[in-house]
Design a binder for this molecule. Structure first.
Ligand code: F41
Length: 288
């Protein structure tokens, strides 16, 4: 399940999925065949948009989904934050997983603008567009289990965290919120030092980490196994999985065991929230 936020796009309210793992703001639009847009709220660029002539976009995501279309300049409002002229990428086509998810009318990418897919002239993300107008040049994410979370633009709400904030260098040249992670632990076990590159991706549901960490994790769950028919590690739902800890910037971050159960996939088995990153090229700290 994704977290959706109502966003005003040219005065029309669409439900957009906020994604720190991509850098395009694209929307279902009246330019799509009705077979694709049916059930979605669509952006009509003729009402308020200014065509950015000659610009187009095409994006493919890590899960194999994709979308493409044309580009308009228009006003975008998120909560109390306004981008007077934002590149709004109006879809002419979207792949089936987007078409079938009628709760979701598009994406608002919060990765770095250097991976924006508009060509020939890449465009800035909503955050880069509004950054200079914010009280502080930052946004925060507070995700919850089983209830809506929140994104704040321009300020740090001290009621949303406890303790000290840990800072880590970000390799923004990658286009992602990418940083080095220094180790992991399973449950109450000791920390294994291990340096791996990871990204913080609110658009990805699960966590994908190096195979060694995944193997160590499922070794602690009796009856767990890799199930090729469902493409991931599964475990008996009767067992509460252990917590998973990552070492980042000298601090430890622990995902509680009950959060590591993605859901039931058969009478007795559940799909694990921790999966292997092999083939991706980096680890992904997802969780939505
Ligand atoms: C909507 C935008 C966010 N993506 C899904 C569609 C996230 C995504 O593609 N994540 C992802 C999933 C993966 C992966 C790499 C990235 O599964 C295996 O490798």
């Amino acid at each position: 399940m994704s977290y959706l936020c109502p966003v005003s796009v040219g005065g029309q309210i669409l439900n957009l999925d906020f994604d720190t793992g991509s850098a395009d703001l694209w929307v279902f639009s009246t330019l799509m065949p009705s077979a694709e847009s049916s059930g979605h709220t669509t952006y009509d660029p003729t009402k308020s948009g200014s065509l950015m002539s000659g610009q187009s976009w095409s994006i493919g995501y890590g899960d194999g989904s994709s979308a493409s279309g044309t580009v308009y300049g228009d006003k975008v409002i998120v909560g109390s934050v306004t981008a007077t002229t934002q590149a709004v990428e109006a879809a002419t086509s979207a792949s089936n997983s987007f078409v079938s998810d009628t709760a979701n009318d598009g994406l608002l990418g919060l990765a770095f603008s250097n991976i924006n897919t508009v060509r020939p002239q890449p465009q800035t993300t909503f955050f880069d567009t509004v950054k200079s107008s914010l009280a502080q040049p930052l946004f925060t994410v507070d995700l919850k289990k089983g209830q809506p979370g929140s994104y704040d633009f321009g300020f740090i709400d001290s009621s949303k965290y406890t303790g000290d904030i840990t800072y880590v260098d970000v390799n923004e040249g990658s286009g992602f919120w990418q940083f080095t992670t220094d180790g992991y632990a399973v449950g109450n076990g000791s920390i294994t030092s291990s340096s791996y590159t990871a990204i913080a991706d609110t658009g990805t549901t699960l966590m994908y980490v190096p195979q060694a960490a995944v193997t160590a994790y499922y070794n602690q769950i009796p009856g767990s196994s890799y199930a090729s028919n469902v493409g991931g590690y599964i475990f008996p739902c009767a067992n509460t999985p252990p917590s998973f800890t990552a070492v980042i910037g000298g601090s430890i971050f622990t995902v509680p065991g009950p959060y590591m159960n993605y859901g039931q996939i058969s009478n007795t088995m559940c799909f694990g929230g921790l999966q292997s990153d092999s083939g991706i090229g980096f680890s992904i700290f997802g969780g939505k």
